[in-house]
Design a protein. Structure first.
Length: 95
């Protein structure tokens, strides 16, 4: 039993380290996306948020109703790709 307890403590330490690392990377991605966000009123830039989905899994979100259109563009406007660029700069592949 003692061997298993040590092993599980080691796994917990790995989980904690992975969580901290992923949070740090996600925070860097979010901060870079903010810097790349075009500003008219500042609302879009202020709506970036980091959400923890589960241990070691984070999501960078923006809940401005028009964030998607600024990111991806429309038929009348070129996309700015703030999040995609920020992710690529940190070695994260996008779809």
């Amino acid at each position: 039993m003692l061997k298993n307890k040590g092993f599980h403590m080691w796994l917990d330490e790995i989980d904690i380290a992975m969580d901290q690392t992923n949070k740090r990377i996600a925070t860097k991605v979010m901060n870079r996306a903010k810097k790349l966000t075009p500003v008219r009123t500042g609302y879009l830039k202020s709506r970036w948020e980091l959400k923890k989905i589960k241990r070691a899994n984070y999501r960078v979100t923006n809940d401005a109703s028009y964030a998607r259109y600024v990111e991806d563009g429309t038929a009348n406007m070129e996309g700015r790709h703030m999040l995609k660029t920020a992710m690529a700069e940190h070695g994260i592949k996008t779809r």
